[in-house]
Design a binder for this molecule. Structure first.
Ligand SMILES: [Zn+2]
Length: 415
């Protein structure tokens, strides 16, 4: 429900970006795309982002222990709204599939092309210019906005946010993720986990297979059974069904003329609401028991080192989360965007996992998504974003900061 009278009474007039500011935002996005930033190699882009935050007038800019760039604006001590964007990208994939330079930042017919343009340097540029607009105009906020430009989201979503919240002590009341929503509001996604399975057999010479037990044959039987398991997983009315996919198989044998005694499989498991890691592991163990396949099922673990040299490790589990349609943050974000765009934005969910797996999925900090660009273009060759959407997002972030901090400071959320 829109609250026009409340806004008219309490919300300051929004400053509007001038055309030279809109153009500067796009030039900045081009520089970001021209700066490669594979996960774990974000040093160069972090420097550019920190210096642009300074240039935009943010009074506090720093780099934390893991390499996140944190810019703040507003009044400390009040409510905190955090805008999240990751600085890293995946690799370019097959270079022949690109029609243009993935690091060129080329603009054609109003779209900027390049790796990370939509996932998610467009949103980062928009956030920095949106908050910069408030800083340059000296808008008085009833709380503080924090822009968190984070590292290593692609391999281990949420990990850098965990460091920020649990080790750096940044405690947001609400979070907006800038992952692409095509300027709609996202309210959740399925979770994911990575599972390692070792299937055992017994080695023998390949000339006498009947003397051994082929672990590869056992793994093949298991893969068929896992496909059947994947077809019958539980479903959530909004987020849909969990899923299971075997994505890697490695055979361990003393040579190509030996019967392998071990096969290692990797499973990508998407978890819908209500599915837990324990349940996902137990389902696979039950299949192996039924099929009399010997082996071990375990959750995978990551160990990574950031560009600042900071080491982290943990289980590869990223929980599902979903915000209720009538949660105060969802309503406030939609009210603000309706006020700005003249039309209430549609609600959606994401098909992929984000830093929200930590902020809402683990830490329980109310989180929504709002960002420019189409998510289907992420992780694809010829990735691109409409520059007009980036400019609209920049303006919209400024409005969201003003409206949401106002709402956070109000009684309806405090009680
Ligand atoms: Zn992303």
């Amino acid at each position: 429900m829109a609250l026009p009278f409340l806004f008219a009474r309490t919300t300051p007039k929004l400053p509007i970006m001038a055309s030279h500011e809109r153009e500067a935002c796009c030039d900045f996005l081009q520089r970001l795309v021209q700066t490669p930033s594979l996960s774990g190699q974000e040093a160069a882009i972090a420097r550019i982002i920190a210096s642009e935050m300074h240039a935009q007038g943010l009074p506090s800019v720093r780099v934390d222990r893991i390499g996140n760039v944190i810019g703040r604006y507003g009044r400390p001590g009040g409510p905190v709204l955090l805008l999240n964007g990751h600085m890293d990208t995946v690799g370019i994939g097959n270079p022949d599939a690109w029609e243009m330079d993935p690091f060129g930042g080329e603009v054609r017919e109003g779209r900027l092309y390049g790796l990370g343009s939509v996932d998610m340097k467009g949103a980062l540029a928009a956030m920095i210019y949106g908050v910069g607009l408030l800083a340059r105009r000296g808008v008085d906020l009833p709380g503080e906005v924090v822009i968190a430009a984070v590292v290593q989201e692609e391999p281990t979503e949420g990990m850098a946010m965990r460091v920020l919240v649990e080790e750096e002590g940044v405690r947001p009341d609400w979070v907006i993720l800038g992952e692409p929503t095509n300027l709609r509001v996202a309210r959740g996604h399925r979770g994911r986990m990575e599972i390692n399975i070792s299937v055992f057999g017994r080695a023998s010479h390949a000339s006498t297979p009947e003397e051994g037990e082929n672990a590869l044959t056992n793994a093949a039987r298991l893969i068929f059974s896992l496909d059947l398991l994947g077809g019958g997983l539980m479903s959530d009315a909004v987020l849909g069904k969990g899923s299971l996919a075997v994505t890697q198989l490695i055979t361990v044998a003393s040579g190509r003329n030996a019967i392998p005694d071990r096969c290692d499989l990797v499973v990508d498991r998407r978890l819908t609401l209500g599915e837990t890691a324990a349940r996902a592991l137990a389902e696979i163990e039950a299949v192996m028991q039924r099929e009399a396949i010997r082996g071990v099922v375990e959750m995978a673990h990551y160990h990574s080192v950031s560009y600042t040299g900071y080491e982290t490790e943990g289980p590869e589990i990223y929980p599902a989360w979903l915000m209720a349609e009538d949660h105060p943050l969802v309503v406030a974000a939609c009210d603000s965007l309706e006020r700005q765009f003249g039309r209430r934005p549609a609600l959606r969910t994401w098909p992929f996992s984000t830093d929200g797996a930590y902020t809402m999925g683990e830490a329980g900090i109310p989180t929504v998504g709002f960002g420019p660009g189409e998510s289907r273009l992420a992780h694809t060759a010829n990735e691109s974003i409409r520059l007009d959407d980036v400019q609209r997002a920049a303006q919209a972030y400024a409005g969201l900061v003003v409206d949401l901090l106002e709402r956070l400071g109000g009684e309806e959320v405090r009680n």
